[in-house]
Design a binder for this molecule. Structure first.
Ligand SMILES: [Fe+2]
Ligand SMILES: [Fe+2]
Length: 135
């Protein structure tokens, strides 16, 4: 099962954020590949941890831009970030415990999240950041 094809239309027009969104995309793609080709799940676990750290870096960057722009939906957007971190922490524990079918569940969850948050919630930032002249 492939993840997604990257498209330039996924960009929101602020370089730092777009690079991070692409980085998160690439890490999810690596997780998909490692589930297919790796027997013991070690690389999957390491990559998932890396993904989590990178997501935290990304969220703080994005929140900084939102605050600078006085983005009106900052609080609810930040809440989505926090909830995601809680959910991924839980998944990391379950992967470590080797819960049944956990790798597939994790991938389904990350794909859904990418579509709903990065390609959904974050898109709302585009016009707002553009108005502020962020690049
Ligand atoms: Fe984002
Ligand atoms: Fe976001």
């Amino acid at each position: 099962m492939p993840f997604l094809e990257w498209k330039d239309s996924y960009n929101i027009g602020v370089k730092e954020i777009d690079n991070q969104h692409r980085g998160l995309f690439d890490l999810i793609s690596k997780l998909f590949t490692s589930r297919l080709y790796e027997p013991d799940g070690k690389y999957f676990f390491l990559t998932l941890n890396k993904f989590m750290e990178y997501a935290q870096v990304h969220f703080s960057t994005e929140e900084r831009y939102m605050q600078e722009a006085q983005y009106p939906k900052f609080a609810e957007h930040q809440r989505e970030h926090e909830l995601f971190i809680e959910q991924v922490s839980k998944l990391i524990q379950d992967v470590e415990k080797k819960e049944p079918d956990i790798e597939n569940k994790t991938l389904d969850f990350l794909k859904e999240w990418y579509l709903a948050h990065i390609l959904g919630t974050d898109r709302d930032l585009e016009k707002w950041f553009q108005e502020k002249g962020f690049k």
